[in-house]
Design a protein around this ligand. Structure first.
Ligand code: GLN
Length: 560
């Protein structure tokens, strides 16, 4: 069991996760087993209640962990399914210690950050890492953040506990380039080492983030001032796609450095297949536009899984996907609609103007009733004008409301989330959820199965675009049906009382939970490409295993 710790200094946003994930990919490509941990010293138990504006989207692991987006980044680089325990937060650590204190574990002792909290951090790392050759552990934030201190103290102790050939420390720091004088400044890198040393940690490698290349002479100077050999000073220059970073590190012999320090024999990374795929990102043969209606416009990371899933589908189709973002708020503001959702059919015309030039659309999930009447009108427009689309999560619910209103004559159809007074709650909480008083527990998380209808579009897409190996199948077959599994993060469901009327009026519920009456996929037969899923398929997409729904949407847009 070898541990590689990735820390950072000076500023956030340097790409510690790209560094960690790329090293993960390199080690895996050399035939070693690899596991990843993110240490998040914030006080929440997990990222479930955090703002997407600040932290990017919330990712769901296959065992229902609501985690930091970095966990998904690790998954798509290493092609491993991680779990809740791969995200260690302050809350998880303190909870374990406090629970033990209450049952008398520490009788007659003073419970302290050192050694009790630090020991717990070490135990959680060791427990998570125990079955793997290498585990890469990213430490959130920058070295001197107050909340990181116990984590840094714990990882410092691990070198002594486990012996030096089992622990490797890295720091990611920025190289400053002064564009007005065309000078590079290495002081921040030097001070990163000083800061780490203040925690009694000596880095085994420095990764410097830069826009320009560093001259050998300056590298020598850095080596002297930081007391580290030049081979251990690794460049991380901006590249055209993050998927190039594993090869970039490989070309600087990073693996060799790690093997030497950790006393492992020299295994070469085989990145042939990975690089072939990366090559398709940089040399696409065709190009298409896909429109994405989005809400959290200030921060691209809110839709990270969506945009990355399109890159995976782009590679598969050898076709560059230009995402054209439509700002949902702007549609709302331009039409003077407030939160009261006072929208009527008279507004349909202005909506048409905004939507008239779009063709292939994806709309990601969301929460709460903002902009909801506009969403319903948008769905109506796209459905009636035969514009192909893929709806995710919330939008399946919106599509059902629209269908119920305009095709089934249920004029006040709504969701409990948007209007609890509506008579026809076609989207509702399940009865057992209504008994739950703590809001978080009403969330339906985890991987759930769906049984797909024979001859449906969903079945076609999953069958035709299956990239998983027999060891990790994308679907199983039960009788005549495919059973697929996708990750979920939502509260509400299509009310099963309305399934019959919706189906009678032509809505196809093309995927249902095998053991419950829950709609997982809906589609419409006479539409060019109309598919909505209650799940979040984007969480499972990877460069080597692009998701069938995304691949299918891009493919269909090419066949138009
Ligand atoms: N707000 C909806 C629900 O909770 C959909 C959530 C989502 O899109 N992830 O059911």
């Amino acid at each position: 069991m070898k541990l590689i710790f990735v820390t950072g200094w000076a500023i956030s946003g340097l790409g510690k996760w790209v560094t960690s994930s790329s090293i993960g990919r390199l080690i895996k490509s050399a035939g070693k087993s690899v596991w990843m941990i993110k240490m998040d010293p914030y006080l929440q138990i997990d990222a479930g209640t955090m703002s997407p504006y600040e932290h990017g989207e919330v990712f769901v692991t296959q065992d229902w962990g609501e985690c930091d987006l970095d966990i998904w980044n690790y998954e798509r680089f290493t092609d491993e399914n991680l779990a809740k325990e791969n995200n260690i937060t302050t809350w998880k650590v303190y909870q374990a210690v406090i629970n033990r204190e209450r049952v008398g574990w520490y009788l007659w002792k003073t419970v302290q950050i050192v050694p009790h909290i630090t020991n717990e951090i070490k135990e959680q790392i060791l427990e998570t890492a125990k079955n793997y050759d290498f585990t890469i552990i990213e430490v959130w934030g920058t070295v001197w953040d107050i909340e990181s201190a116990p984590f840094l103290e714990a990882i410092r102790q691990m070198k002594k506990d486990l012996w030096k050939s089992n622990v490797f420390y890295m720091i990611v720091a920025p190289l400053l380039h002064l564009s007005y004088s065309w000078e590079v400044k290495t002081k921040l890198i030097q001070s990163s080492v000083v800061e780490l040393r203040k925690c009694w940690i000596i880095p085994d490698a420095i990764i410097y983030r830069t826009e320009v290349e560093l001259e050998e002479e300056i590298k020598d100077k850095l080596s002297r001032t930081c007391d580290i050999c030049t081979d251990a000073i690794i460049e991380a220059k901006n590249v055209s796609t993050i998927y190039k970073v594993p090869e970039y590190f490989n070309s600087q012999n990073l693996l060799k450095l790690i093997w030497n320090k950790l006393e492992v024999s020299d295994f070469k990374a085989n990145l042939n297949n990975w690089n072939k795929l990366v090559n398709k990102i940089t040399n696409p043969k065709k190009e298409v536009n896909i429109w994405v209606v989005w809400k959290y416009t200030q921060f691209q990371d809110t839709y990270k899984s969506i945009s990355e899933s399109f890159i995976h589908a782009w590679v598969e189709n050898n076709c560059k996907v230009n995402l054209v973002w439509i700002d949902a708020e702007k549609i709302e503001k331009e039409n003077n609609v407030g939160n009261e959702n006072k929208v009527g059919n008279e507004n349909f015309h202005s909506l048409q103007n905004i939507l008239k030039n779009i063709s292939w659309v994806l709309i990601p999930g969301g929460f709460w009733n903002r902009w909801v009447e506009w969403k319903i009108l948008t769905v109506q427009y796209l459905r009636e004008n035969n514009i192909p689309f893929l709806w995710i999560c919330l939008w399946l619910q919106v599509a059902v409301i629209e269908y119920a209103r305009n095709k089934c004559g249920l004029l006040d159809a709504n969701s409990l989330e948007f209007n609890e007074k509506a008579n026809n709650l076609v989207i509702d909480l399940m009865e057992e959820q209504k008994l739950i008083t703590e809001k978080w527990w009403t969330m339906r998380l985890w991987s759930y199965e769906a049984k797909l209808k024979k001859w449906s579009l969903a079945e076609k897409l999953y069958k035709e675009n299956n990239h998983n190996s027999p060891l990790a199948p994308l679907f199983t077959i039960e009788g005549d049906n495919l059973i697929i599994t996708e990750r979920h993060r939502h509260r509400y469901e299509v009310n099963s009382k309305y399934h019959k009327i919706l189906e009678e009026k032509g809505l196809v519920i093309s995927g249902k939970s095998p053991n419950r009456d829950l709609a997982e996929f809906i589609e419409i037969k006479d539409h060019k490409f109309f598919i909505a899923t209650q799940s979040h398929p984007e969480f499972k997409s990877r460069l080597e295993k692009p998701h069938p729904l995304f691949v299918g949407l891009v493919k269909a847009s090419l066949d138009k």
